[in-house]
Design a protein around this ligand. Sequence first.
Ligand code: PGA
Ligand code: ZN
Length: 424
Amino acid sequence: LIEAVNAREILDSRGNPTVEVEVLLDDGIVQRAAVPSGASTGAFEAYELRDGDKSRYSGKGVLKAVAAVVDELGPAVEGVDAADQRVIDEILIDTDGTENKSRTGANAILGVSLAVAKAAADSADLPLFRYLGGPNAHVLPVPLFNVINGGEHADNGIDFQEFFLAPIGADSFSESLRWGAETYHVLKGELKAAGFSTGLGDEGGFAPDLPSNREGLDFLVKAIEKAGFTPGRDIAVGLDVAATEFFADGVYTVEGKPWSAEKLTDYFAGLVNDYPIVTIEDALAEDDWDNWKALTDKIGTQVQLVGDDLFVTNPERLAKGIQLGVANSLLVKVNQIGTLSETLDAVELAHRSGYTTMFSHRSGETEDTTIADLVVAVNSGQIKSGAPARSERVAKYNQLLRIEEELGDAAEFIGRAAFPRYKG
Ligand code: PGA
Ligand code: ZN
């Protein structure tokens, strides 16, 4: 049973405050969870409560969310069995009482939801992935390493937010991690040699001031080859366009010029032809449903089209997308929806509907590694946790190494099969 719930304000990887929650059970178990925070947040995400008190952390303090845990959410779940995750998440949602978790804050609610799951797993003497996923949790994900950062995550001129390396040809997760790290270091040398900055963006990727998006893909392919791998066969590439960030009044501003959705769609079709691309996330803006449909009809059989700001891990928005035939993959971010149960509902709906899932960190992260266990619990097969650098990014990959070791012979790395629509 849950005996006590505590919360505190800690710092995330960008030096901004975030919520950490600690749950104590009556058997003496204590577990904590920390909440991540996005920069290119979707308009339809659950509400992140910040104090707005300009005298502290430029208004970004989370003392109100902390107080909501201590005064309301915690007391509401005290005495409840920590194993009753769905009951607990219902209580949290009802206690908040708003549609988008804006009263107590999705950051407060998520902290409690995740800390409860971790405490329940510990109390059952099971690793979190096993507790949540049961005996069939065994698929280690393909890591998508965000090695070039643009958009809202870097102070360069690149429109697209993320450029991924996806080591789909490796035999195991640990091998894919090594391939990614080796290629990351070669990429650094290539950028340096070409006179570009090798400073890092928020997610640990390099943030060079490249003149075009294609140039970013060219650098990835060059680095893959130079590291001794075959582009497409061993290591594929991918993009998170985060198109909502450069969309306004029906126009996409790409490389300084106004583009229509049609022009951008044709551009992506060209990229998919010219590069070994397995996945494109948020290729269009979060409410551009008609053009999303046209994009999906055009290239959705060749490439994974992931909805992030589009679906915001929300089962209702995902259901709309499935019904319309929009995108074919769900990005999963626990803090976009705010409880573990709703996250798992979205994942289940995606998988049942033939959509793939990719678990995701946020650009503001902590040392919390819960998503590493979650991705294995549901056999998703894909995770993005930034570059193979910066401890808040690597913490998730390192946790996956531990899970791989724990699973031993039962661990399965499905590699390219995680991307059923990959043209290669
Ligand atoms: P965010 O970026 O965490 O800043 O929203 C990640 C993403 O867009 O996938
Ligand atoms: Zn995204």
